[in-house]
Design a protein around this ligand. Structure first.
Ligand SMILES: *Cc1c(COP(=O)(O)O)cnc(C)c1O
Length: 360
């Protein structure tokens, strides 16, 4: 049995939100996981504490220089059990992000154990409606209060939890409109695009807002050097169905290596599809469309799982994919993916991790 992590009790507990009106990331559970780092002690003081405001030095390096990384995953309730999906992948990735920002790595197994205990304590917060989940947000940020530009000597790790509604509002998949960004770039090779760092999102907001104003849902980023090759969408990786084959940009250092991406590649192969990870130009996408060879486009990410793309616009030219309907491959992958996640389908790879009931 694992050792119990210290729990600072919250009294009274909060009232829970109405499950039918859940949105995303606005309501938080009773507790959070907290871990601290100092140069002298290393990572220490792992504990579960009441969710609430924290004290932070106004000179904290994360605020000034952006030394901050995060993760995102979900817990689901199915037939009374609470289940995580491939959580070890998120802790593996947070260490890659930490390393890139010269931040101290964490013990992946210990953090996964901490997460399980946290989710167990808050298990009544996990919603069980169709498509609903408990969104899990680990974040690590520099806390040392000095203005010199060097790696901080102090850090804090928190895992906060937010019950979330269905991405599609309970409806079936709805295709999104995507604007191919030809002015701004998100990341360049050698930079921090492959890491889940806070600043990548700050860098994306202006283009995202501009695209929204033009009536698009999301931005498709091109490579940061030539602005010719497809990279990814907002917070999703992107896939194309071309003549029955599944094609996605290869990981090149500036693309975020999505866990949904990785899982979709594995699932597609299991289902008998050919999958190609390669460089794909935006011009090529439009040419394939003209020739009638581009069948479907979809994005992948923890929030939406799989999101069909209905429209793509690049430099004023618009293409409508699959008559703005969810394609059969997209739907098949979505059904299979969510079927395994929810426990309706068999899970041959052990992707589902059940949260145990701990005796407290
Ligand atoms: C998190 C993220 C993704 C998707 O990753 P998942 O692990 O599948 O959730 C894709 N692109 C960016 C930029 C991201 O931050």
């Amino acid at each position: 049995m694992s050792e119990l992590i210290h729990l600072e009790e919250r009294k009274p507990l909060q009232a829970k939100p109405d499950q039918s009106s859940l949105t995303f990331g606005e309501v938080f559970t009773d507790y959070m996981l907290s871990f601290e780092y100092s140069k002298e002690k290393g990572w220490h003081d792992l504990k579960i504490i009441p969710y609430g405001p924290i004290e932070l030095s106004p000179a904290a390096q994360s605020i000034h220089y952006g030394q901050s990384v995060f993760e995102g995953l979900k817990a689901y309730k199915h037939e009374g059990e609470v289940v995580l999906f491939r959580p070890e992948e998120n802790f593996k990735r947070i260490n890659q992000s930490l390393e890139r920002l010269k931040m101290p790595k964490v013990d992946e197994a210990l953090l996964l154990e901490g997460l399980k205990q946290l989710v167990d304590v808050d298990r009544d917060w996990v919603p069980d409606g169709e498509g609903q989940s408990l969104y899990i947000r680990p974040v690590v940020f520099a806390t040392q209060g000095v203005l010199g530009v060097h790696a901080s000597h102090e850090y804090r790790l928190l895992i906060i939890l937010s019950p979330s509604g269905s991405y599609y509002g309970g409806d079936s998949l709805s295709p999104t409109k995507i604007y191919v960004e030809d002015e701004y770039v998100r990341a360049v090779r050698g930079g921090v695009g492959f890491a889940k760092v806070a600043g990548n999102y700050a860098a994306s907001l202006l283009a995202q807002a501009n695209a929204n104003e033009l009536g698009f849902d999301q931005v498709l980023w091109l490579d940061g050097v030539e602005q010719k090759y497809v990279e990814e969408v907002g917070s999703m990786n992107i896939f194309f169905v071309i003549n029955g084959k599944i094609v996605t940009p290869e990981l090149n250092g500036s693309i975020l290596p999505g866990i949904t991406r990785k899982t979709v590649i594995e699932l597609s192969k299991m289902l008998g599809y050919d999958v190609e990870e390669r460089r794909i130009g935006v011009e090529e996408v439009f040419e394939l469309y003209e020739r009638g060879e581009l069948e479907e486009i979809f994005g992948t990410g923890t929030a939406a799982v799989i999101s069909p793309v209905g429209e793509l616009q690049f430099k004023g030219e618009k293409i409508v994919i699959n008559h703005n309907k969810t394609g059969t491959v997209t739907q098949q992958l979505y059904d299979h993916y969510t079927g395994i996640q929810s426990g309706k389908l068999e899970d041959p790879h052990g992707w589902r991790v059940v949260v145990p009931h701990y005796e407290r």
